[in-house]
Every structure is written in structure tokens, then in C-alpha cells.
Design a binder for this molecule. Structure first.
Ligand SMILES: O=C(O)CCC(=O)C(=O)O
Ligand SMILES: [Fe+2]
Length: 302
């Protein structure tokens, strides 16, 4: 368990949930609900639905993609929030808890998030198309589609554990998710002079909550992700080899009568090593999940 003062992000062995009988599943489901109720974040270990070699290939291809010249990346640029697909250049997105458009614009201009991303949706979506990079042998596309589907399978299992932990039928949430309205997001936080973080409120990704059901988050070993504890301090969600971070979004929290937490988080400078004047690049991969588009969601009595 990772603990700072009163706050901890539990590390949960999910293997027994995937392979065992009801009573073992219930025990894991209780741990999952305990983590989401107290922290809104958990670490999952012991799963092989998203195998580590697939994760590694995704990270390798992500690094190759972001190393392309900016003009090339802009050919696959993100265009509409509805589709939410394609390349998002540095400074274009600013995550925030603000709601006033002008205030967000001003903040984005003064202290842009230091990141770029590539957004991939469901390849079989009848409405929107992915913006696949051209000029490779389809390795990128095939690997990302494989990752998208592996993450979807894991999503369903995590949703089952949440349902079970709340005393609902196991398929309660997954029944709303067969259209796979999900997003696989490759993230690159470029290497920067460490001094840039001396500027007030300069982060790699500003504090925000995710807005969907659950997010699966894969991070490299650099660190810098921080989670807000109930007392308001930010606590590092340190990289743990072989783990996947799972956090709840606003939709799931509200659906579950706020029993589950959607917790503020941000990405900032990792701990600076002695005398280091450059902050190394960081890569992460997030898989955001949501329900089918046309469903009525009512707050549950849980
Ligand atoms: O890169 C990370 O570790 C977190 C990214 C994140 O929170 C997001 O994109 O919503
Ligand atoms: Fe997030």
C-alpha cells in the first residue's frame, strides 16, 4: 500500500478475480470498492488481459510517433471534440477545473500544459474515423487496435468487480458499454529544462478529474503523476512496475451516488535528481471509458 499521512492508493491483485470462484471474487470486489470509495484510484496487478509485451509495443510505437516532425503529426490533427481523434499538439489542451471559457483560454495561453497526445477511438465506430498515421507498414494501427480491445476486455472485468462490490448484478455497468465509446490516448510530456517548473502553477497536465466511467492508466518509470488526498495535498502515484492505475471518472462517481470518488489528479515535475537541470521526457497511455451514447443514467441507490 502506498501511504502518505491519511491517504493511500491500494495495490490490488486482480488475478484471483479473473480466475476464481464467487467468494474469492467477492473479496477482490470489496478491495476495489474500498479503494474507489476512499481514494478514487487503485493499482491493479496480476492481470494478463493487457499483456506486458503489448504494453511495451504501444509505448515503443508511441515514442516513434511523437518523434516525427511536427508538420507530419499535424497531418493527423485532432479536429472536433465529438470525434476526439487524432494528434493534439503542445499547448492545445489545458486540463482544468475552471468552467469559464475565457478564463480557460487565458490560463492555456499563460501556462500551457507541457504535453502532446494522440487520440484513438473505436475503429468500428459507425460515425467517426481514426486519423491513422500514414507511411508505416500498419504496425502502429494494428497494435493500437489490439491495445484498444485488450483494454476494453479489462474494462469490463473491472466494471464487473465494481458492480459486485456494490451488490449489483455483475454485468450491471457493462450492459451499457457494448458500443465501446472509449478513447485510447497516447501521451508524451517532452523533456524540458527543470527550471520551467519554477513558474507558478506550471504543470505537465493541470489538475483535473476524468469525466467518464473508469480510466486505465499505464505509465513509464519517470513519475510525476499526483493524486489529491481528502485533506487537499497532492500525493505521488509512483510508478509500480507491472501495475495499471485505474481511476473513476465523474460519470461513474455520480452514477454511484458519489459513493465512488472521482479524484483530482495532475502531472507535474518528477522528483529532480541531484544537480539535474533537464527533466526527462515522460510517456503514458490512458484508456478512457464511457457508456453507449444514447442511454439514460439514473443515480443508483448504493
Ligand atoms: O499521464 C498521466 O499519468 C495522466 C494523464 C491524465 O490524467 C489524463 O490524460 O487525463
Ligand atoms: Fe486524467
Amino acid at each position: 500500500m502506498l501511504t502518505t499521512s491519511d491517504f493511500s492508493i491500494p495495490v490490488i491483485d486482480f488475478g484471483p478475480f479473473l480466475s476464481s470462484d464467487d467468494s474469492t471474487q467477492n473479496a477482490v470486489a470489496d478491495q476495489v470498492i474500498d479503494g474507489f470509495t476512499k481514494a478514487g484510484f487503485i493499482y491493479l496487478v496480476g492481470q494478463d488481459i493487457v499483456p506486458s509485451d503489448l504494453q511495451q509495443r504501444v509505448f515503443d510505437l508511441s515514442a516513434e510517433f511523437f518523434a516525427r516532425p511536427i508538420e507530419e503529426k499535424q497531418e493527423f490533427a485532432w479536429s472536433t471534440p465529438k470525434a476526439n481523434r487524432g494528434y493534439v499538439s503542445l499547448g492545445r489542451e489545458k486540463t482544468s477545473t475552471l468552467t469559464d471559457r475565457d478564463a480557460i483560454k487565458k490560463l492555456r495561453k499563460s501556462t500551457p500544459d507541457l504535453k502532446e497526445s494522440f487520440e484513438i477511438g473505436n475503429e468500428s465506430d459507425p460515425e467517426y474515423e481514426n486519423h491513422w498515421p500514414k507511411g508505416d507498414d500498419d504496425r502502429f494501427k494494428k497494435t493500437m487496435i489490439k491495445m484498444f480491445h485488450a483494454c476494453y476486455v479489462l474494462e469490463l472485468q473491472v466494471l464487473s468487480s465494481i458492480a459486485l462490490g456494490l451488490g449489483l448484478p455483475k454485468n450491471f455497468f457493462s450492459a451499457y458499454c457494448d458500443e465501446k465509446v472509449n478513447n485510447l490516448r497516447l501521451l508524451h510530456y517532452p523533456s524540458v529544462p527543470s527550471s520551467v517548473f519554477e513558474k507558478t502553477n506550471q504543470t505537465r497536465a493541470n489538475a483535473h478529474c476524468d469525466y467518464g466511467l473508469i480510466t486505465l492508466l499505464f505509465q513509464d518509470d519517470q513519475g510525476g503523476l499526483e493524486i489529491q488526498s481528502p485533506s487537499g495535498e497532492y500525493v505521488p502515484a509512483k510508478p509500480i512496475a507491472g501495475s495499471i492505475i485505474v481511476n473513476a471518472g465523474d460519470l461513474l462517481a455520480r452514477w454511484c451516488n458519489d459513493r465512488i470518488k472521482s479524484t483530482l489528479h495532475r502531472v507535474t515535475s518528477p522528483p529532480i535528481k541531484n544537480g539535474q537541470d533537464t527533466t526527462p521526457a515522460r510517456y503514458s497511455v490512458a484508456y478512457f471509458t464511457s457508456t453507449n451514447r444514447d442511454v439514460d443514467i439514473e443515480v443508483l441507490d448504493v
